[in-house]
Each structure stands twice: as C-alpha cells, then as structure tokens.
Design a protein around this ligand. Structure first.
Ligand code: NAP
Length: 256
C-alpha cells in the first residue's frame, strides 16, 4: 500500500514533462493516489494528456485560473467523477517576460504586477474556493502550493514574482487558518531553482543555478523528484499536524 492509496488528487500546473507538477503527479501516482490533471489551454491539451496517460490519470480537464467560468467548469467536471477530494496541488505562476529582468524599479509595471499576482497568488484562493465543497467531503484533505525564496529575499531578476510569491505564502497561511477547523491543511514548498519552462523566463536563470549549486550547504542543485517526494509527504497523513508551513526544498540554500 502506498502513502497516498485511497487519496484523490487534482494537480494544476503541468506544462511539460519537466514541470514540477509533472514530477509531483508521477510521485503521487507511485504512492497510490488517483489523479486528475489540468491543462491551461488547447495548445497544451495533448501534452498533458500524454503525461496523464503515463501516470494513469482518470481525466485531464481544462483550467485557466484567471477565468471564473473555467474554474466553475473544473469544479463541475471534478464533481461529475469524484464525490470528494483529498489533495489539491497548485503549481501555477506567470509574469510577463519583460518584468523578469533588469532593475526592479524599471521593470515592474502596474500591468505586470496585476497579472503576476492574479495568476501566481490569487489563483490559489480561487482554486481552493472552486474545490472547497469537494475538499470538505474528502478525508484529511491537503492543499499544496509551490513558492520560491524570492518571497523572502530580493533575488536579482526575480522582480515582481517576489512580491507575488510573498502574497502566495500569506494566502497559504490565511487559507490554513480558515480551512483548518474543517480538517483541511494548507502548506507550501519553497523549491530551489529547477530548469522548467517557467524558470526559463527568468533572466540569468543559468547563473542562478550555478550560484545555488556553489553556495547551498549540500553544494548542488535540487531535482524535481525531490520536490515531489516532499509534496507526497505534505499531502499524506504522515504530515497530519503540519499546516500553514513553508517547507524549503532547496539543498539548504535558504539557511545561508
Ligand atoms: P512550468 O512547468 O512552466 O509550470 C508553470 C505552470 O503554470 C504551467 O503549467 C503554466 O501553463 C501554468 N500557468 C501559467 N499561467 C496560467 C493560467 N493563467 N492558468 C492556468 N495555468 C497557468 O514551471 P514550474 O517551474 O514547474 O512551475 C510550477 C510552480 O513552481 C510555479 O509556481 C513556480 O513559481 C514554482 N517554482 C518553480 C521553481 C523553479 O525553479 N522551476 C522554483 C520554485 C518555485 P502554461 O505553460 O500554459 O502557461
């Protein structure tokens, strides 16, 4: 029996096989979870469906997190197949490329700030609301989001994603406080840098990886599967007393 046997998981944020969410889906399937995945738009449908096939997902549903109608359709699509939900993984972030390079004061427009906060932070609350009735019917439900150290420190080029991730972490704590009395836990993993599509949008990402590998206590970068293993733990009953937490999975970089 796996750590997640009998648990139903919705995973939001797969864009490619390199996505952290894809690694999480694989690890959760290996631990016995039943999965449904989402894809942002038609362009990604086939790619996500292929990953869904590989992890034995029950379905792949469309989900554009900035669109309330899309979230309502997702909620209905889930309810048509499941009468409860134990795990929601939120692995979504976006900011316009021009806001992820150069001086903070020059790169951050009002529009970039609004988009970054809407897609990368508010979407956690929007998804929690859209799945709330199912989560309440799930047993020992757990929500998980993915953050980065740029929420706590000013990281070159991360720019507007820093405030967006700080807002995401605060939302995680407010959701943990609000949903805790219903037995629903909410946590975040603050992951070290991993080369994915979203990461490639950050200017100087290669330098960031090199610096991280040189400075982190473990003297290396992390792998997506290490984030996935922590995700399995935080979404299993093994972490039953942990909520409102940001767990750093970054080879210790945050500590130095
Ligand atoms: P990724 O593979 O590019 O995943 C990002 C996901 O967000 C994609 O599936 C993307 O879909 C989706 N997304 C963006 N806008 C959306 C919208 N409006 N509606 C629905 N989905 C949307 O990159 P990743 O690195 O795995 O990122 C996953 C999470 O991990 C993000 O929150 C990221 O900030 C976080 N994280 C990543 C790292 C890292 O170094 N990679 C480190 C710490 C934290 P599209 O491709 O279609 O836009």
């Amino acid at each position: 029996m796996g750590l997640l046997t009998g648990r139903r998981a919705l995973i939001v944020g797969i864009a490619s096989e390199r996505s952290l969410a894809a690694a999480i889906a694989t690890a959760m399937a290996e631990e016995g979870a039943e999965l449904m995945l989402t894809y942002q738009n038609e362009r990604l449908r086939e790619r996500v469906a292929t990953i869904g096939g590989a992890v034995g997902a029950k379905a792949c549903l469309p989900c554009e997190v900035t669109d309330e109608a899309s979230l309502q359709a997702l909620s209905a699509g889930l309810a048509a197949q499941w009468d409860g939900l134990e795990i929601l993984v939120h692995a979504v972030a976006f900011a316009p490329a021009e806001s992820l390079r150069g001086r903070y004061i020059e790169s951050v427009s009002r529009e970039a700030s609004t988009v970054a906060h809407d897609v990368s932070s508010y979407s956690l609350t929007a998804l929690a609301r859209a799945t709330h009735s199912l989560l309440r019917k799930g047993r020992d439900a757990a929500l998980l989001t993915l953050s980065y150290l740029g929420a706590e420190r000013a990281v070159p080029n991360y720019n507007i994603m820093g405030p967006a991730k700080a807002s995401l972490e605060a939302s995680m704590r407010y959701l943990a406080a609000d949903l805790g009395p219903e037995g629903i836990r909410v946590n975040a993993i603050s992951a070290g840098p991993v080369k994915t599509l979203a990461a490639s949008g950050i200017s100087g990402f290669r330098t960031m990886l090199q610096h991280h590998a040189e400075q982190a206590p473990l003297r290396r970068n992390i792998e997506a599967r290490e984030v996935a293993q922590a995700a399995v733990f935080l979404c299993s009953t093994r972490s039953s007393a942990i909520t409102g937490e940001v767990l750093h999975v970054d080879a210790g970089y945050h500590a130095v």
